[in-house]
Design a protein around this ligand. Structure first.
Ligand code: NDP
Length: 335
């Protein structure tokens, strides 16, 4: 069994000597397990995160352990009824030519339905990432504009096509001419090159009415260029920040903004601004009824700081901004 072990934790971009090729005996499956021969190994951006021991949403790969990864594999031997010898399955076998897996964790694939490699991409984790993040968080509406970067990749290309099915206008962003041509094949309405010198200008031209959904895959300068184009009520599913994965911690204000995006991603934070007027039509009546009752019943109490003298209005106001008020500041103007 040939395996790639994590040999070193990279600083910056990974290098070949961060991995060690190792030869081990082909493992033997136990009760309920199957021996798999790897046919395809998926390589995904998240693996860069697993190489680092920085605190994250998932445990790092330990030094000397096999690198993790999704695989499409053939069942060679099985001690379970869940799979049969010869089945092609989706597994999480890692960077190795054979692996032993719990048989009930395997998804049996039908090679006559679609190429089995789709289980690693468009019909696998990346496709599901696009589908769920776009529809649950982005919620694109007909006529809206949806932008996504890394848009020829498995996540971004699916985002663009699903958004199109939902009736949105789509802007794909990718690096280099060949990828930009591919964006058109995928049906994006506008195809932009983030390596071109004026992404901001290109976005302005491509999104004259602004951007309603920006599906964030990359962060960095692309995010900086997208930000000014975001419309009121825009949604930004923060899916990935691949532009920052190789970077070192940056103590500058730019680094602080980047860390905030990282926190939003890894903790699935909802950070959603609002101006109360947005909700008046839908919630004010309910507020007056419910809150009125609570105050009346003493379940909600309140504190007022009522000062006399209209002529003291300016200093009362200034004092309130400095915290000299004790409760809701009110000026008694007349009796
Ligand atoms: P891709 O196959 O699209 O590969 C990554 C791509 O990122 C590269 O091809 C490159 O495309 C782009 N890229 C890399 N560096 C930069 C940069 N500095 N600026 C702009 N673009 C850059 O990846 P996936 O489709 O598998 O994943 C896309 C994103 O989704 C990643 O951030 C990944 O971590 C994230 N993800 C998140 C998941 C989640 O559950 N939240 C699950 C799966 C993926 P180009 O040359 O076009 O710039």
């Amino acid at each position: 069994n040939q395996r790639y072990l994590l040999a070193k934790r990279p600083e910056g971009a990974p290098t070949p000597d961060d991995f060690a090729l190792d030869e081990a005996p082909v493992p033997t499956p136990g009760e309920g397990e199957a021996l798999l021969r790897t046919l395809y190994l998926s390589l995904d951006p998240y693996m860069r995160g697993r190489m680092s021991d920085a605190k994250s949403y998932a445990k790092p790969v330990e030094l000397g352990q096999v690198m993790v990864g999704a695989t499409v594999a053939e069942v060679v031997e099985t001690n379970s009824d869940a799979v049969a010898q010869g089945d092609i399955v989706l597994a999480y076998g890692g960077w190795q030519t054979y692996s032993v897996q719990a048989a009930d964790q395997l998804r049996v694939l039908d090679p006559d339905y679609l190429p089995v490699t789709t289980a690693l991409g468009v019909l696998g984790m990346p496709g599901f990432t696009a589908y769920s993040g776009l529809l649950r968080i982005g919620d694109p509406q007909p006529g809206e504009t949806v932008a996504v970067a890394a848009a020829t990749g498995p996540v971004g290309s699916a985002v663009g096509q699903i958004a199109k099915i939902k009736g949105a206008r789509t802007i794909g962003i990718a690096g280099g001419e060949r990828k930009v041509a591919q964006l058109r094949e995928f049906g994006f309405d506008a195809a932009l090159d983030h390596r071109g010198d004026d992404l901001r200008g290109a976005l302005k031209a491509a999104a004259p009415d602004g951007i309603d959904v920006y599906f964030e895959n990359v962060g960095g300068p692309v995010w900086e260029a997208v930000k000014p184009r975001l419309n009121t009520y825009a949604r930004v599913p923060v899916c990935g920040l691949v532009a920052t994965y190789n970077g070192a911690a940056d103590p500058s204000p730019a680094g602080s903004a980047e860390r905030l995006m990282g926190l939003i991603l890894t903790k699935s934070l909802t950070i959603r601004g609002f101006i109360q007027t947005e909700f008046v039509a839908s919630m004010e009546r309910q507020f007056l009824t419910e809150m009125g009752q609570w105050v009346h019943d003493g379940k909600v109490t309140y504190l007022e700081d009522i000062t006399g003298g209209f002529e003291h209005t300016p200093e009362t106001f200034i004092g309130m901004l400095e915290g000299r008020n004790f409760g809701k500041t009110i000026v008694r103007v007349a009796d």
